[in-house]
Design a protein. Structure first.
Length: 257
């Protein structure tokens, strides 16, 4: 395969990598030849996922580090670890995220801080910490995992939506500011994807049917389908794409009446 469609010799840091979209992204990037650095909070699950990935993909170099990216000290520890590894970091996938699903009038300051710290501040700070590594590489990529809820109203509550909208806007700003440093910055915006986080909502038959009714492709997306979009944005083949947001939504955002 042409090297434009490979990631050999590149190193990717993926947050929220123990399951769901993060794990699928780690798998996709590793299959394309990248060394992967997996970060997540649950140490046992992360270690098991990393071991499975190493067994699954021949020749893959998979390493992991348990950390809560919403904690500033632990974010620094991640990059101290990367420095000690002497890993030539060229890809950052900001995937870690969470939600407090409440109506606006029920949200308090702690809820607000919790969601914004994890979904926005962590991605911003990790991008700052990654910058010197990515700049040194000279042909690097950041992909931020946003959501369709950052582009239109969905029923996930205002905190999730505003945090993902901020993440999309951050991608645009950094794309312009860091282009001269050889760093491309893009985002993806998934709709409902089959993960542990969505299992409760989609387990309600009536709600599930409503979701399908608003999705032209009439099905739920798979983590691997988001991972494929993430991987494409990291490839040399996407070298003239920056500041973009790719919706992985089965047509949801385009569905009027």
């Amino acid at each position: 395969m042409h090297k434009r469609w490979r990631l050999d010799g590149q190193t990717a840091l993926i947050t929220g990598a123990s399951a769901g979209i993060g794990l699928a992204a780690a798998r996709e990037l590793a299959a394309l030849g990248a060394d992967v650095l997996m970060v997540a909070r649950d140490e046992a699950l992360l270690a098991a996922s990393a071991a499975d990935l190493s067994d699954e993909i021949d020749g893959a170099l998979v390493r992991h580090f348990a950390a809560d990216v919403s904690d500033p000290e632990q974010r620094q520890e991640i990059f101290d670890w990367i420095s000690d590894l002497d890993a030539p970091l060229s890809i950052l996938v900001n995937n870690a995220g969470m939600n407090v699903k409440k109506a606006t009038l029920d949200i308090d300051a702690d809820d607000f801080a919790q969601v914004l710290d994890t979904n926005v501040q962590a991605a911003f700070a990790l991008s700052q910490l990654a910058h010197p590594f990515l700049k040194q590489h000279g042909s690097a990529s950041i992909v931020n995992v946003g959501s369709v809820s950052g582009l239109t109203h969905v029923r996930t509550g205002p905190l999730y939506g505003l945090s993902k909208a901020a993440l999309h806007q951050m991608s645009k700003n950094l794309a312009c500011e860091w282009a001269s440093d050889g760093i491309r910055v893009n985002s993806v915006a998934p709709w409902y994807i089959r993960t542990r986080r969505t299992s409760n909502a989609l387990g309600n038959p009536d709600y599930f049917e409503e979701v399908l009714a608003r999705t032209p492709m009439k099905r739920i997306g798979e983590p691997e389908e988001v991972a494929a979009a993430i991987a494409f944005l990291c490839l040399p083949a996407a070298s003239y794409i920056t500041g973009e947001c790719i919706a992985v939504d089965g047509g949801f955002l385009r569905y009027g009446f």
